[in-house]
Design a protein around this ligand. Sequence first.
Ligand code: SF4
Length: 71
Amino acid sequence: MAGAAQKCDFCFDRLEKGLPPYCAQTCLTSAIMFGDFDDPRSEVSQALSSGRFFYRPREELGTKPSTYYLA
Ligand code: SF4
């Protein structure tokens, strides 16, 4: 894919198979979580509702980023 920007695609090929992204699966300290914010039972929804929310990168640009940093 010469001449094209490449970036994280949330391991779409793995998600199609019901597998988590590589980075979330291999992170030994669970520093990276992945899931469905719309599912209140998901690990990411529970983490966000825990009050640990810290930062959402470049939210002010209005691009609705799906990445959250927790403190
Ligand atoms: S391993 Fe993580 S950072 Fe890399 S493409 Fe997959 S989801 Fe994105």
